[in-house]
Design a protein around this ligand. Structure first.
Ligand code: TEU
Ligand code: CA
Length: 550
């Protein structure tokens, strides 16, 4: 494994709209992030991934870009961006920007031109097709409910939008469009950006013969028709040769539809991306109907996902590890126990995240154990995926209370409530009216309460980042799960040359006993979320430990 900064980095994800409001208008912004750079540095992370900050009508949280060359006015100015980048670099922190290249906003000038006429020079920047009588060109469903095709009266054709109708898909088959993409990537890389998170990169090559989908399982439709298209490797290879190879830049591809079998199509050492986000664990509790069709998940499957994906990158390629982000519920609510064992399970999840093989991505607020929020009506949601999902749910007679159950379990609003800094007004996020309601528990869960509390989740997180940075085995060591015969007892070794560590995680509300075979390794505990007990073989509920087994 060749060493690289992005393999050794711990990445902190900042959702700008909800992180810190610097000017009192209730919306997070770049000046707010600048105010908190010392806090970010204090976490012991190495890079910040910013969700999109480009001009956008904000139909989908900024993932609908109307100008790739300017900053969203609510977030600030290009001067603010330059100051933020300089502030990060002064603190030896890298910046990873989130580029949305599978689609633009329908308010982008490219699309405004494209829809004007069939022979407009921008027509083929997007996918336009005649319908079949009154229906769309095929039966593809959108991620956000309804058809993936929108009728446009002006030229009497449909355009493709895998996401919202305000997010028309860009046509990467068009080399002129690809040149535009290369140009905008160079613009940001010339400014000194250190990494690119490439949104839905798996769909830049689709089945452009547009056959009907033959499955009702949405994630299967993604895999077969939207992602992993015939020219995917070619498009990535071209962008790498024409742009990325000319900079010291890390590229991480976000990709619904990427599988352990096809992941190396994305990660060729000379012609591919550096790493990908996979969704093995993220979609395992989604039924055929997707996010709002939740099904039970098992610890057996959860552990298997880590093994499956580690095997995919054993010899080559590189993975990322995340347990939550702006698209998923809060990790302590989803995988832990956010009431009885809130403190212990949040620390256990930080232990897993920071001891696993692959670049760890921590979502802002998870370092203090922020939990899911609770919507009492769909109208409180600020997420188009939820709003559209409700529109679709009503068509099939699902009641609001049934739908809200799915939303409060799996919806994206859970992760987008403002960061909780202190117990004061609006948790110190804003001096104005926040764009989104805070989680009511902000007077209990906030940075200020944890900053000087030795047993806080925040300080445990800092302990884990220090441990990872001090022990290369946690970055470059192998991952070897230990079969405990007990689904909720998650044990694994990390090994490299003379170094060896044992990670012990009790994913349950019960006391658990460690298997006899590991007793010889329980002599040198480096970190744990309970005081060291007399009988090391017994694990308390949600107990996490890391041992050095030199
Ligand atoms: O998400 C794409 C993706 O992976 C989806 O499965 C995602 O989970 C989304 O919530 C639909 O369920 C990326 C961004 O992370 C997401 O915020 C955007 O909404 C989406 O692309 C469209 O740009
Ligand atoms: Ca603001």
């Amino acid at each position: 494994m060749n060493p690289a900064w992005w393999k050794e980095a711990i990445v902190y994800q900042v959702y700008p709209r909800s992180f810190k409001d610097g000017n009192g208008d209730g919306v997070g912004d770049l000046r707010g992030i600048i105010e908190k750079l010392d806090y970010i540095q204090s976490l012991g992370v190495d890079a910040v991934w910013l969700n999109p900050i480009f001009k956008s009508p904000n139909d989908d949280g900024g993932y609908d870009i109307s100008d790739y060359y300017s900053i969203q006015p609510e977030f600030g100015t290009m001067q603010d961006f330059n100051e933020l980048l300089a502030g990060l670099h002064q603190r030896k922190l890298k910046l990873i920007m989130d580029l949305v290249l599978n689609h633009s906003s329908d308010e982008h000038p490219w699309f405004q031109e494209s829809r004007k006429s069939k022979d407009n020079p921008y027509r083929d920047y997007y996918f336009w097709k005649p319908g079949k009588q009154e229906s769309p060109p095929n039966n593809w469903p959108s991620f956000f409910g309804g058809s993936a095709w929108q009728w446009d009266e002006l030229t009497g054709e449909y355009y493709l939008h895998l996401f919202s109708r305000k997010q028309p898909d860009l046509n990467w088959e068009n080399p002129v469009l690809r040149d535009e993409i290369n140009k905008l990537m160079k613009f940001w890389l010339d400014k000194g950006v250190d990494g690119l998170r490439l949104d839905v990169i798996s769909a830049i090559s689709k089945r452009t013969d547009f056959p009907e989908t033959d499955t009702a399982d949405f994630n299967e439709t993604i895999r077969k028709f939207y992602a992993n298209g015939p020219r995917l490797k070619e498009f990535i290879k071209e962008a790498r040769a024409k742009v990325w190879n000319h900079y010291d830049v890390m590229t991480v591809g976000e990709g619904p539809g990427i599988t352990p079998q096809n992941s190396m199509d994305y990660l060729d050492e000379h012609h591919g991306l550096n790493m990908i986000f996979h969704f093995g664990h993220m979609f395992m509790d989604q039924g055929p109907g997707g996010r709002f069709d939740p099904i039970p998940w098992s610890m057996k499957d959860f552990k298997a996902v880590f093994k499956t994906w580690d095997d995919a990158f054993l010899e080559k390629g590189w993975g990322s590890v995340f347990l939550g982000n702006h698209d998923f519920p809060r990790m302590v609510s989803r995988w832990g126990n956010d009431h009885m064992y809130w403190n212990e399970s949040a620390k256990l999840l930080c232990t897993l995240l920071l001891s696993m093989r692959g670049t760890p991505f921590i979502f802002m607020g998870d370092e203090i154990g922020m939990t899911n929020t609770r919507l009492d009506s769909v109208s409180e949601s600020q997420d188009i995926e939820t709003q559209n999902g409700w529109r679709e749910a009503q068509k099939v007679g699902i009641t609001e209370s049934e739908f809200l159950k799915a939303v409060n379990y799996a919806g994206r609003d859970n992760a987008r409530t403002p960061m909780q800094w202190n117990p004061g007004e609006q948790a110190g996020f804003t001096t104005g009216i926040p764009w989104m309601q805070l989680n009511p528990n902000y007077n209990r869960i906030h940075v200020h309460a944890q900053e000087d509390e030795t047993n806080s989740i925040l300080n445990y997180f800092r302990g884990m980042t220090q441990l990872r940075k001090a022990n290369p085995v946690l970055t470059y060591g192998t991952y070897r799960p230990f079969d405990t015969g007990n689904d909720t007892l998650f044990l694994f070794f990390r090994e490299r040359q003379q170094e060896k560590m044992l990670i012990v995680l009790n994913f349950s509300n019960q006391v658990a006993n460690l298997p006899n075979q590991v007793i010889p390794f329980l002599t040198n505990r480096l970190i744990g979320n309970y005081p060291e007990g007399k009988s090391p073989q017994e694990l308390q509920p949600w107990e996490a430990r890391v041992y050095s087994c030199k």
